[in-house]
Design a protein around this ligand. Structure first.
Ligand code: SAM
Ligand code: SF4
Length: 475
């Protein structure tokens, strides 16, 4: 594929659209809302218009509709996961990252297979996670062979819990951009989502923050990684931007153009979009120096605009953000978040309590435990879903796109959310969380009984078996 010719991020066109966009009047804004509520991807012109809104009343309306879209597609479910850092050796020199090659202040480590097992025993056996995102630097010592071996090990671990057993059922991957042959191997080992963040869609900025002579300097190699993933049969992909490198308005347009390109070429949009903001990292002055830091107010706008622009996609916020911001963003459009997060290499099994920046890629803003997060979400009316059935039943790629757009995916997911939430409450919850969680389950069961009477008896059968200690029953 001649990617030079095909570059689908037309910088000048995007800049022109942003410069020309005028604030939409109410009728126009309502048309845009109607389209998003139909779960249709917005056009670049429509997204540029949302970006240009100044009127605070219109912003309030945008936030409200963003939540409405999220409810339509994902109901009141929040998916949780934990990041697991496996190797921080890196050949790149990204100016913003604590793991960059020239940063001598960071301790380098690559977990052995036994160390991976020890981490997973804590994550799946003590905390109760079912989903991980595994994270690797880019280095020959943590290339595709190591990645495949570590993922295989993670899926292998099975730990006895109070009533059942704990295991990781879905491993998402955040790793460097691979070739098609390497991606085929990731597909074979059974990964969930393959995430690669473009960091910035603005090519001059990209080439500046990823210095010449490093592998990551190649903008197009990274830009086209999801095309290669699709070619390799991975139809579940996650996009992302590191907000703070360049103007957020351009980046939001970049995410939209990337989503449209994948939809157009493969009929499959991104399963998730991530929007990390730059966080302080040890010996990394770039983070303090950037002109493009995103304020909390703009961050909220970014999430609402992406929610409307790519309405079917999952939106991920991470523990980089403070508890307050995370709670607020969940009420706008976010659908996935991490908890009990530790990002130091080996930090779960070392039972690290304080953050140790010389072991971390950056600093975390929220270190609440999974139990605390689940309790706080339940108090807000959100059910935490540990469902991992989707990819195991082939509900990915084109299949899931139509389910998401019609709202049908929400139905399967609601059933699986209840079952997996019950598992977690029985195996891992503190008494307070269990109490509030059980009240939420009662409400959910009643709703399902009324809305899906045909399937309700089967759900209750699975539900009672789950209470008896059976695990991993799903629809
Ligand atoms: N090394 C691979 C790569 O760069 O694609 C994979 C993972 S990297 C460890 C994960 C992500 O962390 C990067 O894609 C980047 O967006 C984010 N990141 C790097 N430095 C950061 C910082 N200082 N604050 C917040 N996020 C950061
Ligand atoms: Fe390496 Fe990824 Fe950090 Fe860049 S962002 S220095 S590639 S770990």
């Amino acid at each position: 594929m001649n990617t030079e010719v095909l570059n689908f991020i037309p910088q000048e066109e995007i800049e022109g659209l942003l410069a020309r966009a005028s604030e939409p009047d109410w009728p126009r804004l309502k048309d845009i809302f109607a389209k998003a509520l139909e779960v249709e991807t917005l056009s670049p012109e429509e997204t540029a218009q949302l970006i240009s809104v100044k009127d605070p009343e219109k912003w309030d309306a945008i936030f409200d509709v963003a939540l409405e879209v999220k409810k339509k597609v994902y109901d009141n479910r929040i998916v949780t996961f934990a990041p697991l850092y496996l190797s921080n050796y890196c050949v790149n020199n990204c100016l913003y990252c604590g793991f960059r090659r020239d940063n001598t202040a960071v301790e380098r480590r690559r977990l052995s297979i036994d160390e991976v097992r020890a981490e997973v025993e804590v994550l799946a056996g003590e905390i109760g996670h079912k989903r991980l995102i595994v994270v690797y630097g880019e280095h020959p010592s943590s290339g595709i062979d190591y990645i495949v071996d570590t993922i295989r090990q993670i899926y292998d671990v099975r730990v006895k819990t109070k009533r059942g057993y704990g295991s990781i059922r879905r491993v998402n991957v955040n790793a460097p951009p691979f070739s098609v042959e390497e991606l085929v191997r990731l597909k074979e080992v059974g990964i969930g989502t393959y995430q690669v963040f473009q960091e910035t869609y603005h090519r001059p900025t990209y080439e500046y923050v990823h210095p010449e002579g490093t592998r990551k300097h190649d903008y197009l190699w990274r830009l086209y990684v999801m095309h290669r993933a699709m070619e390799a049969g991975i139809d579940d992909v996650g996009l992302g931007v590191l907000f703070g490198l360049y103007d957020w308005r351009f980046e939001v347009m970049g995410l939209l153009y990337h989503s449209i390109e994948l939809e157009r070429r493969f009929n499959i949009g991104p399963h998730t979009i991530s929007f990390p903001r730059l966080e302080p990292a040890i010996n990394t002055p770039f983070v303090q120096e950037t002109r493009y830091k995103v304020s909390d107010e703009d961050f909220k706008k970014i999430i609402a605009i992406i929610r409307l622009s790519v309405p079917y996609t999952g939106l991920i916020i991470t523990a980089r953000e403070s508890a307050e911001i995370r709670d607020e963003m969940i009420s706008i459009g976010v659908t996935q978040t991490d908890a009990s997060t530790k990002i130091g290499l080996g930090a779960y099994s070392d039972r690290m309590v304080e953050q140790e920046l010389n072991r971390q890629q950056f600093q975390l803003g929220d270190t609440r435990s999974l139990d605390e997060l689940i309790r706080s979400l339940a108090a807000m009316g959100y059910i935490t879903s540990f469902c991992t059935a989707g990819y195991r039943c082939g509900r990915t790629g084109e299949n899931i796109m139509s389910l998401l757009k019609s709202g049908a995916e929400g139905k399967f997911c609601k059933l699986n959310a209840v079952l997996t939430f019950r598992e977690w409450l029985d195996d891992f919850a503190s008494p307070e969380t269990r109490q509030i969680g059980e009240r939420l389950i009662e409400k959910e069961l009643e709703e399902i009984r009324q809305q899906m009477p045909d399937i309700f008896p089967k759900l209750m059968d699975y539900y009672n078996k789950t209470i008896d200690g059976r695990r991993d029953l799903y629809f």
